[in-house]
Design a binder for this molecule. Structure first.
Ligand code: SME
Length: 184
């Protein structure tokens, strides 16, 4: 499918949008909304996060549903399950042209036909994934993968870096490292 997204524009708009955001859940909520508005032919965009950031009620090898745009979705996904759990376990982007041909695909929205999942990192650890779904076969090409990976690198800059294993990495609200440095 021809690439229809101006990724340089999407990335610069995302960085500008997040610059004014200092609460992590707001970073992820607005990032999912921005991607949903900017890309054609999507039916779901959102984040799944591990216990490393959400706290000990979620396993470090388990994903729980985070901020998203789209229909209601499954709440927990184990590492190695579905496209999201495989991307987490392998710590690699997984691009699926036809979800019906991906063994173990988890169908949250039966309209989804193509999917791409990009791991999210903080402090060198994979802490979740960005999941993007489309109702169109072969919706995502290599340029989309590079663009989404660049967007995830931007999002990571605005996430908290502190880690308290009991309460999770992101118990703190402040997310803007530059702003934090300015306050010290
Ligand atoms: N399809 C995903 C599950 C999440 S929903 O698509 C929102 C998977 O196979 O992991």
């Amino acid at each position: 499918m021809a690439n229809r997204t101006d990724w340089a524009l999407v990335e610069s708009q995302l960085a500008a949008l997040l610059e004014g955001t200092d609460v992590w859940v707001s970073v992820l909520a607005n990032a999912s909304a921005h991607l949903m508005e900017s890309l054609d032919d999507l039916n779901w965009v959102g984040f799944y996060l591990t216990g490393r950031v959400l706290g000990q009620r979620v396993g470090e090898d388990e994903l729980a549903l985070g901020p998203f745009q789209g229909r209601v979705a499954c709440e927990r996904i184990a590492s190695g399950r579905g496209v999201c759990g495989n991307a987490l376990a392998q710590d690699e982007t997984i691009r699926v042209d036809d979800v019906h041909k991906f063994a173990g695909h988890i169908a949250c929205d039966s309209a989804s036909r193509a999917e791409i999942v990009v791991p999210l990192h903080v402090g060198g650890h994979v802490v979740g994934v960005l999941d993007v779904d489309s109702p169109h076969l072969e919706r995502f090409d290599a340029a989309d993968q590079a663009g989404l990976e660049a967007c995830v690198r931007i999002i990571e800059r605005f996430l908290p870096q502190d880690h308290d294993p009991a309460v999770g990495l992101w118990s703190v609200l402040t997310t803007n490292p530059q702003r934090d440095r300015g306050q010290n």
